[in-house]
Design a protein. Structure first.
Length: 91
């Protein structure tokens, strides 16, 4: 829920140890102006379940070209990944 996640550090609290460095690099690069497309990583839910997230992040700039923030969209692609993996095994 919003109350459980707001104000908590994303990488430290929700990313598995094996992906912390990569996710932090993506977020840092986004804040520096680099667009990130189709970065896939696992996220740990509050129930301890691992889900697959596809992240796209785009820097936002003001009229002077200064970065003012980042718009990030994460999609849960767990079922899609599972179906693709099963299809690969069948083929």
């Amino acid at each position: 829920s919003k109350d459980e996640t707001m104000g908590r550090p994303l990488v430290e609290d929700f990313i598995s140890d094996d992906y912390m460095e990569a996710v932090q690099a993506v977020l840092t690069n986004s804040c520096a102006g680099q667009e990130v497309a189709n970065f896939e990583f696992p996220l740990i839910t509050k129930f301890g379940t691992r889900i697959n997230i596809l992240l796209n992040a785009t820097p936002r700039t003001d009229a002077k070209g200064q970065i003012t923030g980042v718009v990030g969209v994460g999609q849960d692609i767990t079922e899609l990944r599972r179906a693709l993996d099963e299809n690969f095994l069948i083929a």
